[in-house]
Design a protein around this ligand. Sequence first.
Ligand SMILES: CC(C)(COP(=O)(O)OP(=O)(O)OC[C@H]1O[C@@H](n2cnc3c(N)ncnc32)[C@H](O)[C@@H]1OP(=O)(O)O)[C@@H](O)C(=O)NCCC(=O)NCCS
Length: 162
Amino acid sequence: MLQPLGALTVRACVDDDVPRLAEIFREAVAVIGPSDYSATQVQAWLARVPSADVLAGRLGDGRKVWVLSDARRCAFAFADLEADGHIDLLYASPAIAGTGAVARLLAHLEAAARAAGMECLHVEASAAARRFFLKQGFAVLHRRTFEIGGVEIFNFAMEKRL
Ligand SMILES: CC(C)(COP(=O)(O)OP(=O)(O)OC[C@H]1O[C@@H](n2cnc3c(N)ncnc32)[C@H](O)[C@@H]1OP(=O)(O)O)[C@@H](O)C(=O)NCCC(=O)NCCS
């Protein structure tokens, strides 16, 4: 697994980041997912990890996207913000997850949301992400259960009033 070089800083995502972001997405689900989800649930989640091309389309729809980037400009985490305050994607490489760096990425996102006049951030958070977002002042609205490829899985609707 790629390790960061030097300090991690927040910057806007560029097109060339996207293949690396797809890699982060897959590594995050494969390594962090098993803390809270069964092997069957993780397999179903992994089957939904987008290819770089599909992810490029999703991230290129006008939403804002930021990455945590090292001294080589290599990304180690990413987060997006849609126009209605929805955070669709937040993924961190296991190489830097748990170090506190992702909180700086979210602080940047939150500052941008406030600057844009947004009043609320909302997210459907995985179990690990629920613990992260609780530390960042989000509240759980309700637990959600749904199916991915016939496998039942759960996450949490959360929000933070700004
Ligand atoms: C959600 C995420 C970005 C949060 O960033 P983070 O730096 O891990 O945040 P935290 O340090 O608060 O850790 C949250 C939980 O992730 C797990 N975790 C963190 N680092 C980990 C690592 N390196 N390996 C395995 N699990 C790890 C722990 O269960 C932790 O809970 P705890 O603090 O109660 O022990 C990151 O955990 C991640 O990418 N997770 C997998 C993908 C995911 O669930 N994305 C959200 C989709 S809504």
